[in-house]
Every structure is written in structure tokens, then in C-alpha cells.
Design a protein around this ligand. Sequence first.
Ligand code: B12
Length: 189
Amino acid sequence: MQPENPSNPKPEFKNMEKDTIILGVIGADCHSVGNKILELFFTNEGFKVVNLGVMVSQQEFINAAIETNARAILVSSLYGHGEIDCQGFRDLCLEKGLDRILLYVGGNLVVGKTPFEIVEEKFKKMGFDRVFPPDVDLKKAAELLKQDIKERFGSDTHTPQDKGQARQPDNQESEEETRKPETKAPRVG
Ligand code: B12
């Protein structure tokens, strides 16, 4: 094995900040196994994962995303009530100032055997950027997430408020912000 050279400190790992993602199982859903797998998997993929666990409300997801300046919220729903639990999620994000947050959702999103394309369309109409079936290849999901973050946030620094990620709610906008032109990113996927 080569001895470590202190004058050559592997620059690619220096000051590298991880993208934060919020993870959780929405509503009254207590299925916890997949949630743990997702936490381990996305951590290994290089994300800083904030896992809220099971039975998480929309507001809890959003609070965590604001606090951590997260790039994405990954919602799981397994027990069949996903459609009800996810209704209005995007609108609440916008209301709370999360203009650009990526919203992913996955699991057994509806009751019964509805074709996935119909489920996907339903959740995209609700404002989710990506929708995944329970048998998704997680490696592909992680690649999409990295690509989406890059497209939506580009070379933004990770400081909040800098490019409108966690702007103040509409009625509290600062003068500085009201003068800026709208910089909302287009929906992905
Ligand atoms: C174990 C289990 C339970 C346990 C959960 C224990 C626990 N601590 O987790 C108990 C017994 C408590 C339970 C209860 C119920 N369950 Co249950 N349960 C299961 C079962 C058998 C396995 C779930 C599991 O652990 N899978 C293994 C993990 C690894 O897979 P996963 O959860 O699907 O997660 C993966 C993917 O979905 C995906 N994924 C998930 N979210 C996301 C998000 C993103 C962004 C991405 C990319 C990927 C992704 O990645 C995950 C990791 O690989 C499933 C059947 C099944 N085979 O899935 C039923 C199942 C989920 N349960 C079901 C139901 C109906 C219930 C109950 C409502 C039953 C009842 N009448 O009480 C309750 C709900 C209770 C509640 N409040 O949540 C149904 C849901 C039906 C539907 N959606 O149409 C299922 C599918 C069984 C069935 N075929 O009917 N359940």
C-alpha cells in the first residue's frame, strides 16, 4: 500500500457538501422496513439523510426541509391511503416558501392493482416530480435524484434564502425579494 502524502490531500473530497434529503412515511402509515432501507441506501449514495420515520405529516416534512435547507423530500406511502395523504402537498410547500424543493413519492400508493402509469399520472398532477412503484430500482432513483438536484439547483451554494429555496411566506417577503424577478424552476420529469 502507498503511504499517505500529506502534501496531496485528495482535493475532490475537500469542502464537499452533501445534499440534504428528507425521508419519511406519510400520514397514519406505520410501515417502517422500507423506510430504514431507503435511509441506508441514500446515505450510502452520498446524501445527508434526515429520516423522520413513520406517521409523518405534510407539515413535519416541510418544517424539516426548511430547517435543513433540503433539496428534496422523499415521501413513502405503503398502506393505500397515499392519494389522500399527499393531496395538497405541493401547494403547502409553495405556501411555506419551498419554491424549488423536489418532491418524490414511492411505495404502494393506492389500494389495489391500478396500473402504475395511472398512479404516476395522478401523483404528478398533484405536483410530485417523480413517482416510483414498490419494485423500483433504487440505484436508478438515486441517479435521477442527483440529476434533478443538479438541474434544479445547479451550482447553488447550500445556504438557505440565497436563491429562493426557503423564501419567506408570501405575506412576509422582504423588500429585496419582492424586487427580484421570479426564478421558479420548471417541473422535472
Ligand atoms: C410488514 C407489513 C405490515 C406490518 C408493518 C410492520 C412494520 N413495522 O413495518 C403491519 C402488520 C403493522 C402492517 C399493517 C398494515 N398493513 Co401492511 N404490509 C406489510 C407487508 C407484508 C410488508 C411491508 C414491507 O416491510 N415490505 C418490505 C419493504 C422493504 O418494502 P416496501 O415497504 O415496499 O418499501 C420499498 C419500496 O416500496 C420502495 N419505496 C417506498 N417508498 C419509497 C419512496 C421513494 C421516493 C422511493 C424511490 C422508493 C420507495 O423502496 C422501499 C425499499 O426497497 C406488505 C406486503 C408487501 N409484500 O409489501 C403489507 C402491506 C403494505 N400492508 C397493507 C395493509 C393494507 C396494511 C394495513 C392497512 C392492514 C390493516 N387492515 O390493518 C395495516 C396498516 C397499518 C398502518 N397504520 O400503517 C397492504 C397495503 C395495500 C395497498 N397499498 O393497496 C400491503 C401491500 C399488503 C397487501 N397486499 O394487501 N403491515
